[in-house]
Write a protein that binds this ligand. Structure first.
Ligand code: ADP
Ligand code: MG
Length: 467
C-alpha cells in the first residue's frame, strides 16, 4: 500500500500549501500577493526540503530575495520537519503536474540539510540553514534610528571571550530590522568563530520544541541542547507572553546560560518593561544587559536602503522614484521593500520602464495607508497654541466664547482633516455628543463666510497640520 501512503503525504502537504498561500495573502495584502506570490507552485517535498516554482527568472529572483525567508518560516510552522526551501524556474510548457512528494522525487543538490539538530555539528549546520543569506551586516544600512542596535549587534558578534552585555535585548516595531540584525550576528559568528555553538530561533519555535519535548518525555535532551550553546538568540520574545510554562522553561534556560557566561540575544516588539503577560522576574532579567531600541526610519535611511537594494539587484531605476518612495512609504522597511518590488514587478510584467505615474498607480492603496494622518490630539494642540488657550480647555465644559470658539474650530478641523466620525470626535472633546460636533462644524462653516480673520486663522492652521 505504498502508493496510498504516499498520497496521504501529498494531501498533507497540499493542505499545508493551501494554508501557506492563505497566510501569505493575509500578511502581504492582495496587491503584493497577486503580483508576486500567487503563482508560486509547489513542486515537491523531500527529506524536509521543499521545492517550489515560478514561471520566470525575474519573478523567481525577486521572490527569493524578498519573500523566501518568510515563506520558509511559514513552511516550518506548518510542517515541523521542513528545514529548507528552494524556488526554481518552472520549465516552460511543463504541465502543472501534481506535486511529487517524498521518496519518488530525484535527490536534489540542496538535500544535505539536517533534520532536528541532535548533535553539535548538526546544530551548527542547522543554524546556517536557518539564517537568511541576505541578512548580513554588509547589507544592513545604518542610520540614526538603528545605530545603537547595530553597534551593539556588531559588538556582540565580534566579542571573543568576554561578553560585552548579557543579554542584548533589541526591540522596535515590525519590519525595522531586528531579525536582520540577529541573523547578521549569526553569520558573523559562524564565519569568525566557527567553534562557537550558536542557536537562533523564534520564541514561537522555542515553545513548539518545548511542547514537543514534553509530549515525547524528552525534556532532558531539550534542556541539554539549549544549555550547551555558546550563543542563544530568541526572536520575537513577545510571543511567549502569557504562555506560562514556556516562560518558566525559558527563564531557567536563560539563567543557566547567563551563569555560564554565555551570550543571549533577544528581540521583542516592545521594551522589557512593557511586555505584558510576561512574568515580572523575566521582564527584569531581560533588561539586565543592554536594551537597544530601533526607532522608526527617517527619510535618509529609507533612501539609503532603497539605493542599496537596487544596487545589489543591479536594477536601473530613475532616482526620483526612489526619492518618492522614501518620502511616501514611511511605515517600515519591510513595506518599503515591498513597494519597490511591486513597482519593479509591474514594470517587468508590462515591459515598460518605471515612471512616477505607474508608481503612483501601482501603489495607490499602500500610499493611501502611509499618508500621514493628522490626529485629533495634534489638532487640539495646534489650535490651543494658536488661540492661546489651555489644552485642557479642549475637554472642559467651559462655555466662555474665548474657549468655546477655538474648541469649535478644533472640532471643525478634526472633521475636515481626519476620517473620524462625529461621535468619535465628540468623545475626544471631553465626551461631547455628536450633535455638538455637528453644530460646531456648521457654525464654523457659516462664520468663515463672514469673518475674514477667522477664515485666515483656519487656513493657516490647516496648512500647518497638513504638512
Ligand atoms: P523585524 O524583525 O524588525 O520585523 P526584519 O529584520 O525582518 O524586521 O526586516 C524587514 C525587512 O527590512 C528585511 O527584509 C530586512 O532586510 C529589511 N531591513 C530592515 N532594516 C534594514 C536596514 N537598516 N538595512 C537594510 N535592510 C533592512
Ligand atoms: Mg522579525
Amino acid at each position: 500500500m505504498a502508493q496510498q501512503g504516499q498520497e496521504q503525504i501529498a494531501d498533507l502537504y497540499q493542505d499545508a500549501w493551501r494554508n501557506i498561500h492563505q497566510r501569505l495573502r493575509h500578511e502581504y495584502g492582495d496587491a503584493t500577493y497577486n503580483s508576486w506570490l500567487k503563482n508560486v507552485e509547489l513542486d515537491r517535498v523531500q527529506n524536509g526540503h521543499v521545492v517550489m516554482t515560478l514561471p520566470t527568472k525575474f519573478l523567481r529572483d525577486w521572490v527569493i530575495n524578498n519573500y523566501a525567508n518568510r515563506i520558509r518560516q511559514i513552511w516550518m510552522m506548518e510542517a515541523e520537519e521542513i528545514q529548507s526551501i528552494d524556488i526554481q524556474v518552472r520549465e516552460a510548457n511543463a504541465a502543472p503536474a501534481a506535486p511529487k512528494i517524498a521518496a519518488t522525487a530525484p535527490p536534489t543538490p540542496q538535500n544535505n540539510v539536517q533534520q532536528m539538530p541532535d548533535s553539535d555539528s548538526e546544530m551548527q549546520q542547522s543554524l546556517i540553514s536557518q539564517l537568511d543569506p541576505r541578512f548580513t551586516f554588509e547589507n544592513f544600512v545604518v542610520g540614526k534610528s538603528n545605530e545603537l542596535a547595530h553597534a551593539a549587534a556588531r559588538r556582540v558578534a565580534e566579542a571573543k571571550d568576554n561578553i560585552p552585555f548579557n543579554p542584548l535585548y533589541l526591540y522596535g516595531g515590525v519590519g525595522l530590522g531586528k531579525t536582520h540584525l540577529m541573523h547578521a550576528i549569526g553569520h558573523a559568528i559562524a564565519a569568525n568563530c566557527p567553534e562557537k555553538k550558536v542557536l537562533y530561533l523564534s520564541a514561537e519555535k522555542f515553545m513548539y520544541r518545548f511542547i514537543r519535548a514534553l509530549r515525547y518525555k524528552d525534556t532532558m535532551n531539550f534542556k541539554d541542547q539549549f544549555r550547551s550553546v555558546d550563543v542563544l538568540m530568541i526572536d520575537d520574545v513577545q510571543f511567549i507572553s502569557g504562555k506560562e510554562s514556556t516562560q518558566e522553561e525559558f527563564f531557567h534556560t536563560f539563567n543557566a546560560l547567563v551563569d555560564q557566561n554565555h551570550q543571549i540575544i533577544i528581540s521583542g516588539d516592545r521594551s522589557p518593561t512593557d511586555l505584558e503577560g510576561m512574568e515580572e522576574r523575566m521582564r527584569s532579567r531581560l533588561g539586565w544587559g543592554l536594551v537597544a531600541d530601533i526607532h522608526p526610519t527617517d527619510y535618509e535611511l529609507r533612501l539609503g536602503i532603497l539605493q542599496s537594494k537596487v544596487e545589489q539587484a543591479e536594477i536601473d531605476i530613475d532616482h526620483r522614484i526612489l526619492e518618492f518612495l522614501a518620502h511616501r512609504i514611511t511605515s517600515n522597511v519591510r513595506e518599503l521593500e515591498g513597494a519597490l518590488n511591486r513597482v519593479l514587478a509591474y514594470s517587468d510584467l508590462v515591459g515598460r520602464a518605471v515612471t512616477l505615474e505607474s508608481t503612483q498607480e501601482v501603489l495607490r492603496d499602500l500610499l493611501r495607508a502611509n499618508d500621514r494622518r493628522t490626529t485629533i490630539e495634534e489638532i487640539q494642540k495646534k489650535v490651543a497654541e494658536h488661540f492661546n488657550i489651555r489644552m485642557s480647555d479642549m475637554h472642559s465644559a467651559r462655555r466662555a466664547r474665548a474657549v468655546a470658539r477655538p474648541r469649535q474650530v478644533a472640532m471643525y478641523l478634526a472633521k475636515q482633516l481626519t476620517n473620524r466620525s462625529l461621535p468619535e470626535i465628540g468623545r475626544k472633546f471631553g465626551g461631547r455628543d455628536h450633535t455638538t460636533v455637528m453644530h460646531a462644524v456648521k457654525q464654523i462653516d457659516k462664520l468663515r463666510g463672514e469673518d475674514i480673520s477667522l477664515s485666515e486663522d483656519i487656513e493657516l492652521l490647516r496648512r500647518m497640520l497638513e504638512t
